[in-house]
Design a protein around this ligand. Structure first.
Ligand code: ZN
Length: 200
């Protein structure tokens, strides 16, 4: 993960645009925060990030989504979710995958812009998936992680019409300007992409 919060002025403009584009927020007594907070991914468990750690949007209407960005969290599953709830951290991702069993948590709606890429353009066009573990500890990259994360990525690609290739499914280290190395050299891209392509 990475700070990657937009500049305050830019963020204000985008939040304002998102609010005016959503008719039901204009209804009396209805607030943007009251929008339904069900996971986008079937089977994902909803663990919301604080609203201070992402930018509300109405993607893909507000901006097309055409990248899935793969991360390794450099901490545990629970630690990652706790960071996303902490407004001082200024980071988030849409999803977090647990090492032991591939369990998927969703923290930010796909319509909204999570802050994970360290690059505002890639945050705005991307869906971020964090994986529990550390880049130098490949034992965290279990069969379950590869299988469930690939299923998640394939479903994201289907929802947004994203091609299932390495141009559109990238590592954090491939984001322009990124100084991060994740998911690192132990992440098996060949295996991952085969699973993504084979996923229904
Ligand atoms: Zn990362």
């Amino acid at each position: 993960m990475d700070q990657a919060a937009p500049l305050p002025s830019r963020r204000g403009v985008l939040v304002g645009a998102a609010l005016t584009a959503v008719p039901y927020v204009l209804l009396p007594g209805t607030r943007a925060a009251a929008r339904p907070q069900a996971p986008d991914h079937p089977g994902a468990e909803w663990h919301p990030a604080t609203g201070a750690n992402y930018t509300a949007s109405n993607r893909p209407r507000g901006h097309p989504v055409d990248r899935v960005i793969i991360h390794v969290a450099q901490t545990t599953f629970a630690g990652t979710l706790s960071i996303f709830r902490n407004p001082r951290k200024q980071v988030s991702a849409h999803y977090v995958v647990r090492s032991a069993d591939g369990h998927v948590a969703q923290s930010v709606r796909e319509a909204d812009i999570a802050w994970h890429a360290g690059n505002w353009d890639y945050n705005r066009r991307g869906i971020g998936i964090e994986h529990e573990g550390w880049v130098d500890q490949p034992s965290y990259f279990t069969d379950a992680v590869y299988e469930e994360s690939a299923r998640l990525t394939a479903a994201i690609c289907a929802r947004h019409g994203i091609p299932r290739n390495r141009t559109h499914i990238i590592g954090h280290h491939e984001v322009p300007g990124s100084d991060h190395t994740d998911p690192g050299r132990h992440w098996d891209w060949k295996r991952y992409m085969r699973l993504v392509r084979d996923s229904a």
